[in-house]
Design a protein. Structure first.
Length: 532
């Protein structure tokens, strides 16, 4: 049995997927929620939200992600960062998964990866869980009905959480598997119910495909001035640095909160929705995101709630600190209707420095921007993981190493070339600690961060006086209206200046040790930026 809207020439049988139960094609949100509730996948929450849990996997499984090693991609994949899978292992995995799927119901969404029609990817997502179908319908771009009538997928994702891989037979690491085959234009996901694997698989695809077209894929949020897409800003940052919060500025138009491309035409969102963390979310601090947690169709993932009233508990992280909500972009009132902006006028790299060394904002040269982009620095702090007793550096190149199939220099050179060509100004913003390291100092005041960012985006910060940082060599403003001068010089915020110097020396050494892996792949001016 089949139901839904689909190109009649593009049924699953045409892709070799046969013997299934009922196949639901391109259902709309009410029908997907109805199917999910009938299958007892979750509960209907306040406002028509869908409350779900993902079982033992409450986050991505990067160690179980594999790329099939074929002659087509062998020389272009960053194998130090991507686990390989043999073609034979993938073929066995594919055959066994198709056999496992027989007799079971599946849900299909035909979607676009990318808001720019000239550079989007047509993706078919086949899911065993109805709520995964709703999730990916939110997170990717939704075609119009007439576009579905002629839709032909370029890549297909099959997600079957009840399938368990055989590491020996399938040439993978465990029963959980995410396998990308660029030759066969196919992604297979099994053994995990975490929905984020679906969207990050598409991001990984675009991270491989787009650089070949001269397009820079970016793990960033983006916004632009109201009515002025030419004034676009992008915000790179790892988890916990404020990427979503700081880009969701009510005085600017939101292009997107996580994944974007930078082409010769400008900036465009890869996605059609947002996947926001909800731990400690409040109506006062983030009213727009908070409001989505009571809107129809929002997927509420791994949140504790009252069994009787269904009220959500935003502070209870007993299921996971990685609790989230997924919703369409139009649920944010100031979201861009076409999710397209101009060439970035400002590029903001966010870091959470728990060492208390970095200033709240710094201006970077193009070479310094490439250095900090390749470094991708933030910090883990004591208490976040067992055994962590003092701040630990985390370096995730390009601010998203798990999603980068090509070598980092490919993305770094693309970014640098586009910065130079379009004259973007680059900033490094520390949302971490000041006045001491974590445990001694205090968190950077959000008001000061917002004031500095506003000055950077409106151009007034470029007129401020600057000094050269003795540790990293970038420029740091010495006086900005609305921000105490002492905050701009982190050394002055410490009670013990000598202790600051020791901490700074330690952090610089960590940067240098991490960056050693790139020195044979970069130009002399970037090497110079690496040593300040």
């Amino acid at each position: 049995m089949e139901t839904g809207r689909v190109n009649p020439d593009m049924r699953l049988e045409d892709q070799g997927i046969t013997g299934l139960g009922t196949v639901y094609y391109n259902l709309l949100e009410p029908a997907i929620i109805e199917q999910s509730l009938q299958r007892k996948e979750g509960r209907l929450g306040i406002g028509g939200t869908l409350l779900v849990e993902t079982g033992k996997f409450t986050g991505r499984s990067p160690q179980d992600k594999h790329v099939v090693k074929t002659p087509f991609v062998e020389s272009t994949i960053w194998w130090d960062n991507n686990r390989e899978m043999s073609p034979e292992g993938f073929d066995a995995l594919h055959a066994d998964m198709l056999e496992h799927m027989k007799g079971r119901d599946y849900f299909v969404q035909d979607l676009f990866g990318g808001a720019d029609p000239a550079n989007r990817l047509d993706v078919r997502v086949v899911t065993e869980l109805a709520w995964h179908n709703l999730f990916i319908r939110h997170l990717l771009r939704r075609p119009e009905a007439d576009e579905l009538a002629s839709f032909v997928p370029e890549f297909t994702i099959i997600n079957s959480p009840t399938f368990k891989a055989d590491p020996e037979k399938h040439n993978c690491r465990s029963e959980t598997v995410i396998a990308l085959n660029f030759d066969k234009k196919l992604i297979l996901i099994g053994g995990t119910e975490y929905a984020g694997e679906n969207k990050k698989s598409v991001f990984t695809l675009l991270n491989y495909i787009l650089p070949g077209k001269g397009i820079m894929p970016m793990h960033c949020s983006a916004n632009h001035a109201p009515g002025n897409p030419i004034d676009t800003a992008v915000f790179f940052g790892l988890s916990g640095t404020g990427k979503t919060t700081l880009s969701a500025d009510p005085s600017r138009t939101l292009i997107g909160d996580d994944e974007h491309g930078w082409s010769d035409r400008g900036t465009f969102n890869f996605e059609g929705g947002c996947y926001a963390k909800t731990i400690n979310l409040s109506a006062e601090a983030e009213p727009e995101i908070f409001a989505t947690t009571k809107m129809f169709g929002t997927v509420i993932e791994n949140m504790v709630y009252d069994e009787d009233t269904l009220e959500l508990d935003f502070e209870d992280d007993s299921l996971t600190p990685n609790m989230r909500c997924a919703y369409p972009l139009e649920y944010i009132s100031n979201a861009s209707k076409n999710a397209i902006g101009g060439h970035p006028k400002n590029i903001v790299m966010l870091t959470c420095d728990a060492f208390g060394v970095l200033p709240p904002i710094s201006r970077l040269t193009p070479a310094q921007a490439m250095y900090h982009f390749l470094s991708g620095f933030t910090s883990k702090v004591a208490g976040t993981e067992r055994g962590v007793t003092e701040p630990q550096p985390t370096f995730s190149t390009c601010f998203g190493a798990p999603f980068m199939p090509r070598r980092p220099e490919v993305y770094g050179n693309l970014l640098r070339e586009k910065i130079s060509r379009h004259g973007a100004t680059c900033w490094l913003v520390n949302t971490g600690w000041t006045g001491g390291a974590y445990g001694t100092g205090s968190r950077m005041p959000i008001k000061a961060t917002r004031t500095l960012l506003s000055a950077a985006l409106d151009g007034s910060l470029s007129k401020a006086p600057y000094r050269k940082d003795p540790n990293f060599g970038f420029e740091v403003p010495t006086s900005v209206d609305g921000v105490p001068d002492i905050l701009l010089d982190p050394r002055r915020t410490w009670d013990d200046a000598a202790a600051y110097d020791r901490q700074a020396e330690k952090l610089v050494a960590m940067f240098a040790e991490n960056f050693a892996q790139y020195v044979d792949h970069i130009d002399d001016d970037v090497r110079a930026a690496a040593i300040g």
